[in-house]
Write a protein that binds this ligand. Structure first.
Ligand code: SAH
Ligand code: SF4
Ligand code: F3S
Length: 492
């Protein structure tokens, strides 16, 4: 009898990739995936600690499983990832029915840990040393490498894959837990990355997204020279079968001209940059230890637009950070009004124990004010996003078709053309009608209508893929207001 595995994943793309690798390694042990936790022999939560809310959701889910685990003590319950690394034994105190606590750098040990629990060895903890105690060697050993059993069914889609180019982070923004949950920044050897991309493309993958917390600080010492992200993009660019390359997330201060030139010159690289600003006020940026001023950020943005014509830029903002005054918040609003971001992810500040900000500054902006600022900034960004999307009405765009739209998924099984969704080379979401067979292919779509989050259009038949995007000609579409809604996972 096959054993069944249930896994729930929250957090960023790093976690999505980690879950894919975990599922791959457990499939090799004979596990089958199930979407029903009650039916599973092993129940895993791959967790995120970036905001308190994400952690509380996991503790509630664990609480709901308490009775189930009492009735079925043979079932194995595991907590993986960032919260496991950060909370460690606290998880076993708050949820004593948990069997496994396994940190981000230890996921390769999971099959062994599950076996030990099954053999009655009691709760298992596998955690990386705190970063100040860890030797480089330990980090290198825990360094995740390509797994040929990667599970295509866990990917965003069979023709899209995440590829880790870097682990950890050395920036230590004062509000952020990531440097302690993911450890020191290390870049993977470019040859390994290129081999992984080749293998993925040979399996039919058309788009890779290179992942790093500060991906544009990627740098690998090859002895005679140092390979930077721009070199890596050029190295993987000609991989047969590969059509698109994306990379997230960029740190503003590390946005070099060599990278921008590579984005402009290499046709397979998406003209899309996620470069979080976090705040539009210099004092707040300083307290966040972001290492740049808003003047620098504006200049960097102008450089991106000048060097990569037509580039789409998106951002992250934190509102209600310690001591943020109304005036300081207004400077974030000003930046959003001016910057022309395609979209922004906006978060209410959530104090994280163990971070510098939590030690040094009181969390003194009341929740009500955080909420109001969050809504205000979302609504300003909504207007900016609508203007950004409207520029494309009347244009033809190349769309990699990702699957059925959310609406079509609800009515799945009905015959005839379906509503499909995909993305342009600038990461804009496009919804249009077409045959399901188009999923995984690149089509040309004429954009007819725009909302703040989505373009609506029609497939252009008989036109060659690779057509130039026309200048916008008309702005006559009715708008669909979707303000306040987020449409994707927060970028790492
Ligand atoms: N490495 C990425 C971001 C990682 S976390 C980068 O540096 O851009 C993703 C986003 O979560 C961040 O950009 C930030 O906007 C938000 N975030 C991080 N810590 C937070 C906290 N304590 N409270 C609220 N939002 C936070
Ligand atoms: Fe690193 Fe990004 Fe967190 Fe800053 S916000 S510490 S750059 S992961
Ligand atoms: Fe969350 Fe860890 Fe990613 S804290 S945002 S899952 S690196």
């Amino acid at each position: 009898m096959g054993k069944k595995l249930y896994i729930e994943t929250v957090g960023c793309q790093m976690n999505v990739l980690d879950s894919e690798l975990v599922v791959g390694s457990l499939r090799r042990q004979g596990y089958e995936l199930t979407h029903d936790a009650d039916d599973a022999d092993v129940i895993l939560f791959n967790t995120c600690s970036v905001r308190e809310h994400a952690e509380e959701k996991i503790y509630s889910a664990l609480g709901r499983l308490r009775g189930h685990k009492r009735r079925h003590p043979e079932k194995v319950l595991g907590v993986l990832g960032c919260m496991a690394q950060k909370d460690q034994k606290k998880i076993l105190r708050r949820a004593p029915h948990v069997d496994i606590v396994c940190g981000t750098g230890q996921l390769g040990k999971l099959p062994e840990l599950i076996d030990q629990v099954r053999q009655g060895a009691g709760p298992q903890l596998a955690l990386s040393l705190a970063r100040h105690e860890a030797s480089r060697l330990e980090v290198e050993h825990s360094f995740e490498s390509y797994d040929p059993m990667r599970d295509p069914s866990m990917r965003p889609s069979p023709f899209q894959a995440y590829v880790r180019v870097q682990i950890g982070c050395d920036k230590f923004c004062t509000y952020c837990v990531v440097p302690s949950t993911r450890g020191p920044e290390q870049s993977r050897p470019p040859q390994h990355i290129a081999a992984e991309v080749r293998q993925l493309a040979a399996e039919g993958c058309k788009e890779v997204t290179l992942l790093g917390q500060t991906v544009n600080s990627y740098e690998y010492d090859l002895g005679d020279r140092r390979e930077r992200l721009s070199d890596l993009l050029a190295r993987i660019h000609d991989t047969p079968g590969l059509e698109r390359i994306k990379f997230v997330t960029n740190f503003p201060r590390d946005m070099g001209n060599d990278l921008l030139d590579a984005v402009r010159e290499l046709p397979k690289v998406c003209k899309y940059l996620h470069v979080p600003a976090q705040s539009g006020d210099n004092e707040v940026l300083k307290r966040m230890k972001r290492l740049y001023t808003v003047e620098y950020y504006r200049e960097m943005l102008a450089r991106c637009r000048e060097r990569v014509p037509g580039v789409a830029v998106s951002s992250d903002f934190i509102v209600g950070f310690c001591g943020e005054t109304e005036e300081q918040f207004q400077r974030s609003c000003d930046l959003v009004r001016e910057a022309g971001f395609k979209n922004s992810f906006i978060f209410k500040y959530s104090p994280r124990p163990g971070t510098k900000a939590d030690d040094l500054y009181p969390d003194d902006v009341p929740e009500e004010i955080k909420k109001r600022r969050n809504n205000d900034l979302l609504s300003i960004q909504g207007g900016v996003s609508l203007a950004d999307h409207r520029r494309l009405v009347g244009c033809t765009v190349e769309v990699l078709v990702e699957g059925l739209s959310k609406a079509a998924l609800k009515t799945s099984g009905t015959p005839g053309p379906r509503q499909l969704t995909g993305r342009t080379m600038t990461d804009h979401i496009v919804v249009f009608e077409g045959n399901e067979r188009l999923v995984g292919r690149t089509v040309v779509v004429h954009v007819r209508e725009a909302s703040p989050f989505t373009l609506y259009g029609d497939v252009v038949t008989g036109e060659q893929v690779g057509a130039e995007v026309e200048e916008p000609t008309r702005l006559d579409s009715p708008e669909r207001e979707e303000q306040g809604k987020r449409f994707a996972l927060p970028l790492i």
